[in-house]
Design a protein around this ligand. Structure first.
Ligand SMILES: *[C@@H]1O[C@H](CO)[C@@H](O)[C@H](O)[C@H]1NC(C)=O
Ligand SMILES: *[C@@H]1O[C@H](CO)[C@@H](O)[C@H](O)[C@H]1NC(C)=O
Ligand SMILES: *[C@@H]1O[C@H](CO)[C@@H](O)[C@H](O)[C@H]1NC(C)=O
Ligand SMILES: *[C@@H]1O[C@H](CO)[C@@H](O)[C@H](O)[C@H]1NC(C)=O
Length: 465
């Protein structure tokens, strides 16, 4: 139904999807030639593992055009929800998701969905950048610009994204330990890049404690991550792998890899990276979409079931990529890929919302006859709903009243599982310890689910329905 390689939408029609975004396109070119004051040179003691920073979030303002009481309940709880997310997120993808959630919620102009090309003149996103700095607390900086020659910011940061232009030699490696995952550490890449960009500004370099490291060092680290990703073996058609040491595809990577590439493409005005981002998403989809059901499989081999959170990762990742392409003004250049992606999403949302259970949650595994595997998952549902609101803003002609009503019902279903303590319950075990299952009596919490709530809240707030 939604084959990836046919292009029947007309480019003109596609432009209409992105019209509001395209208006911004002329001004996305950030230039990074500013000199920084030299930094102090006290090297931070190496921290063996990540310690979450102590962050207090301020209240958020809900949209007055939304009446739903569950929406306003989430508005009130959101700072606590995010504080719980900070306290519980330790794995690479959890931290990457958390950083994106904080930025989207409190600093939307830094992100493609709420993009303002002048965001570096705005408030420093300290809460998110503190998490990024802490996450890279054990990064091996040996060979970095600071440790070699460039003690002050002198380079165009985008030069660090290619070995041929990098002002100091790249050292290909992941940003953080991915425990064998190639894709997961990439989820932090956009956040590290935002840190580098803000460190070119005096306000941020004074308010963040980054030790010796400055803009160039973090840009170099992102270049190292990108190069590391590019050096790994792909499948014969060029699909990147979610795992190191052997090719494997997980739906999770839809949020980890393509948005990393596309957000760097937007930040550095690189058409190649924008194209790589959407092409990788389409390749992942070509391997993982069950076209008889229009729902993604989780993993190409050992867990080929239709997992709620896997679908959520793919869907939200696609929307981030589409939004990046839109604000970069590249929608018409990439019309075939954009059209294909939009067309797939327009089939997948109805297919998934048709599966909502009596609690208005997406079953943890869909089309699954074993009841213990098909219990509703509030975490995966939250990110699917978030993706739907983003999609509705990007491609309004596909946002039918029926679908929006289903999304709002699922929103209610998720918030029914949110405690007054700001912890989401009724969630899948995100570690898959005993399989990716929802065990209702286990007290299971989900760090990523906490961040998904913020994605869901801000996506609905932006849409205003
Ligand atoms: C975190 O910050 C709050 C408010 O500043 C303070 O009350 C609390 O003791 C701090 N917690 C830790 C673990 O430092
Ligand atoms: C919420 O609204 C108040 C009053 O308009 C404003 O002062 C505050 O900055 C807003 N908070 C956020 C997080 O936008
Ligand atoms: C960086 O600057 C500091 C102080 O300005 C200096 O002591 C150090 O040698 C410099 N590092 C390199 C590798 O040049
Ligand atoms: C690309 O390769 C993957 C892995 O072999 C495969 O599953 C997928 O169908 C291929 N997609 C296309 C468009 O060729």
């Amino acid at each position: 139904m939604a084959g990836p390689s046919t292009g029947r939408l007309m480019p003109l029609l596609l432009l209409a999807f992105f019209l509001p975004s395209i208006v911004h396109s002329a001004a996305v070119h950030n230039v990074h030639h500013r000199m920084l004051p030299s930094r102090s040179h006290h090297r931070r003691a190496p921290s063996p593992s990540y310690t979450p920073p102590n962050i207090t979030f301020s209240p958020v303002n809900g949209s007055s055009s939304i009446q739903d009481s569950s929406y306003h309940r989430l508005t009130g709880l959101l700072p606590t929800v995010l504080e719980n997310a900070v306290e519980s997120s330790f794995h690479s993808w959890e931290i990457g998701t958390l950083v994106e959630a904080i930025l989207e919620t409190y600093y939307p102009s830094t992100r493609a969905f709420g993009y303002d090309p002048n965001y570096l003149n705005g408030k420093v996103p300290t809460e998110a950048l503190q998490v990024v700095v802490a996450a890279l607390g054990s990064y091996p900086w040996s060979g970095s610009p600071e440790s070699t020659a460039l003690n002050t910011s002198s380079a165009d940061l985008s030069d660090y994204l290619s070995p041929s232009s990098a002002p100091v030699t790249l050292a290909p490696q992941a940003l953080v330990n991915g425990d064998g995952s190639l894709g997961d550490p990439c989820s932090l890449g956009a956040g590290v890049w935002t840190l580098a960009e803000f460190l070119t500004q005096q306000a941020a370099s004074q308010s963040l404690s980054t030790g010796n490291e400055g803009a160039d060092d973090y840009a170099w680290a992102v270049g190292n991550q990108l190069q590391y990703l590019r050096q790994q073996p792909t499948s014969s058609n060029g699909t990147m792998s979610q795992r190191e040491n052997g090719f494997q595809l997980w739906a999770d990577m839809g949020y980890m890899i393509p948005p990393f590439l596309a957000s760097l493409g937007l930040a550095t005005s690189s058409d190649d990276l924008l194209a790589l981002g959407i092409n990788q998403w389409l390749l992942e989809s070509s391997a993982l979409l069950d076209t008889t059901k229009d729902i993604f499989r989780h993993i190409n081999d050992f867990d080929a079931r239709l997992w709620a959170t896997g679908n959520a990762w793919m869907l939200y990742g696609a929307c981030r990529v589409l939004a990046s392409i839109g604000v970069a003004g590249e929608t018409s250049n990439l019309a075939a890929q954009v059209g294909s992606t939009v067309r797939q999403l327009s089939a997948i949302f109805p297919a998934i919302f048709a599966q909502l259970d009596s609690d208005n949650l997406v079953p943890n595994y869909m089309y699954e006859s074993e009841p213990s595997l098909s219990i509703g998952d509030a975490a995966g549902t939250a990110l699917i709903v978030a993706a739907y609101y983003r999609f509705a803003a990007l491609a309004p002609r596909y946002a039918t009243q029926t679908l929006t009503a289903q999304a709002n019902k699922a929103f209610d279903g998720v918030i029914a599982q949110l405690g007054d303590d700001g912890w989401l319950t009724h969630v899948v075990d995100p570690m898959g310890t005993n399989g990716w299952v929802v065990n209702l009596n286990s007290g299971q919490r989900s760090p990523e689910g906490q961040s998904f709530l913020a994605h869901m809240w801000v996506a609905r707030t932006a849409l205003g329905v």
